[in-house]
Structure formats: structure tokens, C-alpha cells
Ligand binder design. Structure first.
Ligand code: NAD
Length: 513
């Protein structure tokens, strides 16, 4: 039994004696305990607690052991071992299951508040860029803010009701328990914020396993969440992590028997691992989003949207434009407008080769990690070009087999491929998306062709006539998330993705029709 269970049992037994605690069911264990202590003499409370413990077959020493489990924490919510982190989150979730929906809403509001505090927002955004060496501060501010404000909370958990002659059945969305959430280096705090909100809304506790290269900023986000939750009287350790994130710790998280669900936000390897873990898994994996422009598009607007989408956080988001396929008749016009909006057209073959040597890894099988999330200005400098002011992306004309097209680079280099017509563009987009079914973008006013592309490419996100980030709620309708689960089918995850369905049936009653 934990403090909340004890307090509630105390209240229940006291009510049998005809005495009611002074206030309505409280939001927190500490408040309940305080109220009861103020109202009733200690010896009466002790007697009642003992009788409750005896009824539940729990010995006092067992209770003490449970409440004093020595999970080693350096800072609140941050543990030296993964096992301790999971055990603490497990105790926390049991306590949390006794909190009301009002409590949950309150805790989530607290998390939102923390990350909308300008100083904190600035601190984590700055640290994320400094620590990972990737991305753009101003865009991290936008991403963290949208995660805090637009990730759905408890309102996402709609109950279904079925009623008829045989009574009433409710289908409710209920917690899994402890969730293990593995987070990427590209959106470190954004993922922690949106997953904490969604996972807590659904009644879970969460153990984060961040990318080691975003250790400091991830731990800082977890620390802020813990401080706020403590201030609001939430059970301790609802959101935890480890002091030294590592692959070993992620592996320990994945096999821990008390972890009921795994959520991996990252590349193919970690998504494969969680999907073969034998546990309920959500896999939010890699993308290679193509953007198609046909002759019916508003070319000037398309140019601007593509440059903005591709350069957002230096192209780190998995949803960002990664290759451009354009119908030949409008290609020159599009390039011109893109140049007017911050695209640097790199046409010299030797320079393109040089860029390739710099930004690809030794085996030419993917990006050079040191260049991921760097700015266009930085990348151009690496090949001896001093970029003009306002340069946001590097535009390179290539064929479809080029490494810049085939690999998810996550840096603001946009390969452009010309095709003869829109049907060819759509087929090529499907091919280079590689079946990730993640994100695609199209600029067109031809509804038939927009529909055709959406049907053929089958991506989780399909943005029409806007920058890619409109698909995660930045300047587009809809909620935000940084865990986009294509492989396992949840799509843009929210609280309901982290909940399991349970049915509750009342037979032959409560149907009032
Ligand atoms: P990554 O796959 O290198 O790392 C992601 C997480 O998995 C990290 O915590 C890392 O430590 C862990 N990890 C990776 N391989 C592991 C292994 N073999 N064993 C144990 N743990 C392992 O990815 P990243 O570089 O941090 O992020 C970029 C990738 O993530 C891109 O491919 C991007 O498209 C994808 N991503 C997808 C989404 C989405 O919502 N679908 C969101 C963000 C990033």
C-alpha cells in the first residue's frame, strides 16, 4: 500500500464511524494525509491504519520497506540505474492510478506551464543546440513551445458507451502502466515534453531513455517536470530517467518486466528493436519526405514554403522536405523563386562532389554525423563558399540515384530532380520515399493529382500547399506531436495512443432509453 491507498482507506473506514474528512476527495496524498491528521487524534488514525493493513494482508514492515525502497537518485527523477528508475516509476504509477482525472489534468497543465516559461524555453532550446551541435535555436523555441501547448491531454481519452436492453457497456481508455520511451537526439526535449503529456494523460508513468548525445538537455527537461509535479503534489517519479543514458540502459529498459509498453522515436535500428521486444510497442521511425511541385501550383508560394520547410531546425525534423521533384515546365521558375527566398543554387560539379565528400559518411551509406543538423552557411563554408546573407538551404540538381536523394541527410541540402509530368513526379516520389510511409508534401491545385499522390504514397502525413511543419500543427490545423508512428500505425501519437481499451459492462441496468 502507498500513502494514497492508506489515506483513502483511512477515509473509507472513518466514514463507517460516521465521520467524514472535512474536504472533498483531495488531489494529492499529502493533502489527504494532512487533513485527516488535523481532524482526528493520532491514536485513532493508527488503529484505523492497522485495521486496514490487516484487512489487506499487508504487514507494517512490508509497507515501510516499500515506501523506503532506496532507489538512488541524484536529482529528483534521475536515477543511477535503469532498474531503479523503472522500479520507482512502477511505484509511482500505482499511486497515480488513485489520483482523479482532475489531478491528471492539473499535472499536465503544470508541465505545459513549465515549458511555456520563457526562461526555461530559452534555456532548453539553447542547450539542445549547444549540446548536440545540431539545429537552430529560434526553431527549437517554436518546436518546444508547440509541444507544450498543442500536445493533447486528457480530453483525448474519449469513452465509448453502448446501451441497450441488456444494460450498459463502457469502453474506456486505460493506462498500460510503466512506459519506456526512447528519445532521439534530433528533437530531444520536444519528444520528452509531448510524450510526458500524452503518457501521463493516459494514466501511465514514463521512463525516458534519451540519446546519449542529448544527455544534459534531456535530464534538464526531466528535472523541470519533476520539480513542477512535486510542487503540485503528484506522486514522486512519474517521469524519470537515468543519469547516464546509453545503449546498455536502453536495452535494460526494453527487457525490464515492469515496463508494459515501449515507444521508440528514432531511426530504423531502435524501431526494429522495440518491435521485436515481445512487448506492446510504438515505433516512430525514419522518413525521407519528397516534395512534388506540378505546373498547376502557385510557384512563388511553393518556393517559399519549400525553403522554409526544408530549413526548419536545419532540416532535423523527420517530416522536413528531403528531396524536390518538379515538373520541367515550371522548374526554372521555381528555382528562381527559391533563390529569392534563401536557396543557394550549387551547380558547379566539382563543388557538388566536394559537398558529397564532406556530408556523407566514409561508406557513402548515409550522412556524416558531424554535418547533421548544421546550417547551410556552415556546410557551404566547409567547401570553401562564403554564403550570401539569408542563405537557408543548398539546392542541387541531381538525378534520382544520387546519394542526396536516396539518404535521409537531415541537413538543409535539397536535391532537385526534373521530370516530364506530374504522374512521373508522383511515381518517383513513391520510389524515393522508400516505403517509410512517413511524410510527403505536394504543391498543386489539381485535386485529382493531389488525391492520386496521397493514395499512392500512403504516408502518415501528407501536406498540401504548405511547408512540411504544417503537418505537425505549426501553422496547420491539428494537434502537435514529435512521435509519428508510421511503422506501427498509431500515426501522430497522442494520449489515446498510450492507452489500452478496457470494457466495463453493467448487465440489465442503466439503459434509460
Ligand atoms: P537514433 O536511432 O540514432 O537514436 C534514437 C534513440 O534510439 C536514441 O535514444 C538512441 O540512443 C537509441 N538507439 C539507437 N540505436 C540503438 C540500439 N541499437 N540499441 C539501443 N538503443 C538505440 O536516431 P537519432 O539520430 O537520435 O534521430 C534521428 C532519426 O530518428 C531519424 O532517422 C529520424 O527520421 C528519426 N525520427 C523519427 C521521428 C518520428 O516521429 N517518426 C521523430 C524524430 C526522429
Amino acid at each position: 500500500m502507498n500513502d494514497v491507498e492508506i489515506s483513502q482507506a483511512v477515509s473509507a473506514v472513518l466514514s463507517k464511524y460516521g465521520v467524514q474528512p472535512e474536504q472533498e476527495k483531495s488531489t494529492t496524498n499529502s493533502v489527504v494525509t494532512a487533513t485527516v491528521k488535523e481532524t482526528f487524534p493520532a491514536n485513532l488514525i493508527n488503529q484505523v491504519v492497522e485495521s486496514c493493513l490487516a484487512e489487506k494482508n499487508v504487514s507494517a514492515s512490508q509497507l515501510v520497506t516499500e515506501s523506503k525502497q532506496n532507489h538512488v537518485q541524484s536529482v529528483k527523477g534521475i536515477f543511477s540505474s535503469m532498474n531503479d528508475a523503472v522500479e520507482a516509476a512502477w511505484v509511482a504509477q500505482r499511486q497515480y492510478s488513485l489520483c482523479s482525472m482532475k489531478d491528471r489534468a492539473n499535472f499536465i497543465a503544470g508541465i505545459r506551464e513549465v515549458f511555456q516559461t520563457e526562461t526555461i524555453l530559452a534555456e532548453i532550446s539553447k542547450l539542445a543546440v549547444e549540446e548536440t551541435g545540431m539545429g537552430c535555436y529560434e526553431h527549437k523555441l517554436i518546436k518546444n513551445r508547440v509541444a507544450a501547448t498543442k500536445s493533447p491531454g486528457i480530453e483525448d481519452l474519449a469513452t465509448q458507451a453502448l446501451s441497450g436492453d441488456q444494460g450498459l457497456t463502457l469502453i474506456e481508455l486505460s493506462a498500460y502502466g510503466v512506459i519506456g520511451s526512447i528519445t532521439p537526439t534530433t528533437n530531444p526535449t520536444e519528444t520528452i515534453i509531448c510524450n510526458s503529456i500524452g503518457m501521463l494523460a493516459a494514466g501511465n508513468s514514463v521512463v525516458f531513455s534519451p540519446h546519449p548525445r542529448s544527455r544534459k538537455v534531456s535530464l534538464l527537461a526531466v528535472k523541470y517536470i519533476n520539480e513542477k509535479l512535486a510542487e503540485l503534489g503528484a506522486p514522486d517519479n512519474l517521469v524519470v530517467t537515468v543519469d547516464q543514458p546509453s545503449i546498455e540502459n536502453t536495452n535494460a529498459l526494453m527487457v525490464h518486466p515492469k515496463v508494459r509498453m515501449l515507444v521508440a522515436t528514432g531511426g530504423p535500428s531502435i524501431v526494429r528493436s522495440v518491435m521485436s521486444s515481445g512487448k506492446k510497442a510504438i515505433g516512430a521511425g525514419a522518413g525521407n519526405p519528397p516534395v512534388v511541385v506540378d505546373e498547376t501550383a502557385d510557384i512563388e508560394k511553393a518556393a517559399k514554403d519549400i525553403v522554409n520547410g526544408c530549413s526548419f531546425d536545419n532540416n532535423l525534423p523527420c517530416i522536413a522536405e528531403k528531396e524536390l521533384i518538379v515538373v520541367n515546365t515550371v522548374a526554372d521558375c521555381l528555382v528562381r523563386h527559391m533563390q529569392n527566398n534563401g536557396a543557394y543554387l550549387l551547380s558547379e560539379q566539382t563543388k557538388i562532389q566536394l559537398l558529397q565528400n564532406v556530408v556523407l559518411n566514409d561508406k557513402k551509406s548515409g550522412p556524416n554525423t558531424g554535418c547533421v543538423g548544421k546550417s547551410a552557411v556552415y556546410l557551404l563554408e566547409k567547401i570553401g563558399i562564403s554564403a550570401p546573407n539569408g542563405t537557408k538551404i543548398i539546392l542541387v540538381e541531381t538525378d534520382k540515384k544520387h546519394s542526396f536523394v536516396q539518404h535521409e541527410l537531415m541537413m538543409p541540402i535539397l536535391p532537385l530532380i526534373r521530370v516530364d509530368n506530374v504522374d512521373e513526379a508522383i511515381d518517383l516520389a513513391v520510389e524515393v520515399e522508400h516505403g517509410n510511409r512517413h511524410t510527403a508534401i505536394m504543391h498543386s491545385t489539381n485535386v485529382e493529382k493531389l488525391t492520386k499522390m496521397a493514395k499512392l504514397i500512403q504516408t502518415t502525413i501528407f501536406v498540401k500547399n504548405g511547408p512540411s511543419y504544417a503537418g505537425i500543427g505549426v501553422g496547420g490545423e491539428g494537434f502537435a506531436t514529435f512521435t509519428i508512428a508510421g511503422p506501427t500505425g498509431e500515426g501522430l501519437t497522442s494520449a489515446r495512443s498510450f492507452a489500452r481499451q478496457r470494457r466495463c459492462t453493467m448487465v440489465e441496468s442503466l439503459n434509460i432509453r
